[in-house]
Design a protein around this ligand. Structure first.
Ligand SMILES: [Zn+2]
Length: 200
């Protein structure tokens, strides 16, 4: 089998390996796996294979992932933690990308269905997906408050909760860090969407 593709085998393009290993993310890879020597067309797909062991970019969307503590991945996964490996993990925040976490060795990805929570970054304006996981604010609750009172107290309440030591972003929020930036952005989006209605 080894002399089939006598490409000087660096053997592991981590991006290719990740895609092959996880058919959930790349459902149409089965055909590609068969044409072992794809010299048809002379296209060598060695698109910038990183030599470094640390994969910083999402194997599916190619955007740089944010490093997360393994504790966060453990807290968020709904699958057996036997899946957890002694590698670093990163969070993909690209809205249209199916990947939530990927391993820094490029060999493993977890999509949203492997998590206990829906992920704000993948559903920015969904009414019922948390933007603040500790104090349970959603775009829907934020919008409701603004419609009733004309303003949002979400940021102030989150700040008060942080001061009181009540937050647990590292185990509650899929991004593993404070949600305040996301909440501020959500409040602005909700206000902007409501303004044309108020002007009538
Ligand atoms: Zn991605």
């Amino acid at each position: 089998m080894s002399d089939c593709c006598s490409v000087p085998s660096d053997s592991a393009d981590p991006r290719a390996r990740a895609e092959m290993a996880f058919t959930v993310v790349a459902p149409d890879q089965s055909a590609a796996a068969d044409d072992c020597c794809s010299t048809n067309g002379g296209e060598t797909s060695t698109a910038a294979a990183p030599q470094a062991a640390t994969v910083q970019h999402c194997p599916v969307c190619g955007k740089r992932g944010k490093k997360v503590d393994t504790q966060t991945v453990k807290a968020m996964l709904s699958v057996s933690l036997e899946e957890i490996r002694p590698v670093g993990y990163r969070f993909c925040r690209t809205e249209a990308c199916t990947v939530v976490y990927f391993a820094e060795d490029g060999s493993q990805v977890f999509g949203e269905t492997a998590l206990r929570e829906q992920v704000h970054q993948k559903h920015l304006d969904a009414e019922d997906v948390f933007v603040c996981y500790c104090f349970r604010h959603t775009p829907g609750t934020i919008r409701e408050e603004i419609m009733i009172t004309g303003e949002s107290t979400a940021v102030a309440r989150i700040n008060a909760g942080i001061k009181a030591g009540q937050c647990a972003c590292e185990v509650r929020n899929p991004q593993g860090s404070c949600c305040l930036g996301n909440v501020t952005a959500t409040v602005k989006r909700v206000q902007a969407a409501l303004e044309p209605m108020a002007a009538d």
